[in-house]
Design a protein around this ligand. Structure first.
Ligand code: HEC
Length: 134
């Protein structure tokens, strides 16, 4: 897997998946879409299937830790669903990712997950909750 430069040694405070970057409403819509488009391969509870990897839990988070939600968004948009890559609208992709973030125990917030890759690249994926710095 390819490591983004953004993940290397960044020490300043940046937005992360722990900051409430999607809404519960959005994740709910994402769940419906996920069941239709992704669940058959990745499992209804995101645990993975015969050949598809899990989209929740330690293994998944280890793959994406220190990368950004933008990386995950672009990866999904260009290669998934595997039987029809490139068919996801930005809106649908953002909703599905909101659901995936929710399933990985990242908290919902007041603002919906954005749909532009640029804004999404500003949100880091941190497997472990960073310590609060006041
Ligand atoms: C036809 C089966 C199939 C469907 C449907 C499907 N996937 Fe996948 N997915 C795979 C397989 C197989 C892989 C592993 C091979 C690869 O990485 O391309 C994968 C890999 C992934 C990865 C990379 C996981 C990682 O940790 O590297 C993500 C993210 C993903 N899928 C998301 C989705 C989403 C979101 C949907 C629904 C929009 C979806 N997939 C639908 C089969 C599928």
């Amino acid at each position: 897997m390819v490591l983004g430069l953004a993940g290397v040694g960044v020490s300043q405070r940046q937005r992360s998946v722990w900051d409430g970057v999607y809404t519960a409403e959005q994740a709910k819509r994402g769940q419906t879409r996920y069941s239709e488009l992704c669940g058959s391969c990745h499992g209804d509870t995101l645990g993975g299937g015969e050949s598809a990897p899990p989209l929740a839990g330690g293994e998944f988070l280890a793959n994406w830790n220190t990368l950004t939600v933008g990386d995950l968004f672009d990866r999904t948009r260009s290669t998934m669903p595997q039987n029809k890559p490139g068919s996801l609208s930005r809106e649908a992709n953002a909703e599905i990712l909101a659901f995936v973030l929710n399933a990985n125990q990242f908290p919902p917030g007041k603002e919906a997950l954005p749909q532009s890759s640029e804004s999404l690249r500003e949100i880091r994926i941190e497997a472990v909750k960073p310590e609060q710095m006041e």
